[in-house]
Design a protein. Structure first.
Length: 326
């Protein structure tokens, strides 16, 4: 994959940061691939997310995890379920299978706490990704990989304010997802206007279009829409067309359709958390932990975003999206 040299360089830097001038544990370790690197011993890692089947965002996460597995010669299995109870069951299954590490997204941390606790008690290292950063360390994960949703939300609010938005519709597509609420709150902090939430179901995109259309027709003061998911963004774009509204649209996260809409001027920007890295880096970190007891982050999250995709860079990103890495 095109990212591999970059990520390997990053891994080398991360490994070296564990060394000190006075020696000690880890002082002689080196990046994988060097003469002094520990020999990879294989392994089996389970990636368990709250993403539903066919979700373009999570497909890219899966691509990243599988690419890392191939790179390091380890087995990677990917499963996703938006139901927290079923996600917990998948974690329990991975524990019973005695995998060497678990990667898990925590849209609903409280619902997963017990299952993650079982993994930690079984001495299976856990890396959390995407959401639930505030609970990651407390639950015993060795690190969290993702973006600060508060920071990302504030960045989105700033850009929408600059575009003239004064009343914003924040479209929430997963009930109980703490990260989505943080995005809306962040946007509210910097917009300087009114932010209203609209609850929709990501599994019913036709209904998303219908609900956003109805809101835009009933409240003419809404002049901005912030989607928190690329599929919802496309549905919201259709709603703006259907309603005849002049509302400006922005979104979180990327898909090929979103990038095309940015190029065409239908979406102002996308907040990019580089989800490929949310699959790739945890497998890298777990491999380093298994083979060399390296940990990354020092108790702080490893941030993969936010970045912004606009009309200025959409063409470049489109080529990467086609390859399944953005």
């Amino acid at each position: 994959m095109r990212r591999t040299p970059i990520v390997l360089a990053l891994v080398g830097v991360l490994a070296l940061t564990g060394c000190s001038s006075s020696g000690g544990e880890g002082a002689q370790s080196a990046a994988p691939g060097s003469a002094a690197a520990p020999a990879a011993s294989g392994g089996s890692f389970a990636v368990i997310t709250h993403g539903g089947a066919g979700d373009a965002f999570w497909d890219v996460v899966k691509n990243g995890a599988e690419a890392a597995g191939k790179q390091y010669g380890v087995k990677v299995t990917y499963q996703g379920d938006g139901d927290p109870a079923k996600q917990s069951q998948l974690i329990d299954q991975a524990v019973s299978q005695k995998v060497d590490g678990i990667v898990v997204s925590m849209a609903n941390p409280d619902a997963l706490k017990e299952s993650i606790g079982k993994a930690v008690a079984a001495r299976i290292p856990v890396v959390t990704i995407n959401s639930g950063a505030d609970s990651s360390k407390a639950f015993g994960a060795i690190t969290h990989v993702g973006q600060s949703e508060d920071v990302a939300g504030r960045g989105a609010g700033e850009q929408l304010k600059a575009a003239g938005v004064t009343k914003l519709l924040c479209v929430v597509h997963e009930a109980g997802n703490v990260g989505l609420d943080q995005r809306c709150k962040g946007a509210e902090q910097t917009l300087g206007g009114t932010v209203e939430r609209l609850q929709v179901d990501v599994a019913n995109l036709a209904d998303v279009t219908s609900k956003v259309t109805a809101k835009l027709q009933s409240d003419k003061q809404v002049n901005g829409v912030l989607a928190l998911n690329p599929a919802v963004a496309v549905a919201a774009r259709d709603a703006i067309r259907d309603s005849g509204a002049q509302a400006k649209l922005a979104t979180f996260d990327l898909s090929g359709d979103v990038v095309a809409a940015i190029k065409d001027g239908e979406i102002l920007f996308a907040v990019d958390q580089q989800q490929y890295l949310q699959g790739y880096l945890p497998i890298t970190f777990l491999t380093l932990y298994k083979d060399n007891l390296n940990t990354v982050g020092g108790g702080l999250p490893v941030n993969t975003g936010p970045g912004f995709v606009t009309k200025d860079n959409a063409e470049q990103v489109a080529k990467l999206a086609e390859a399944g890495t953005r």
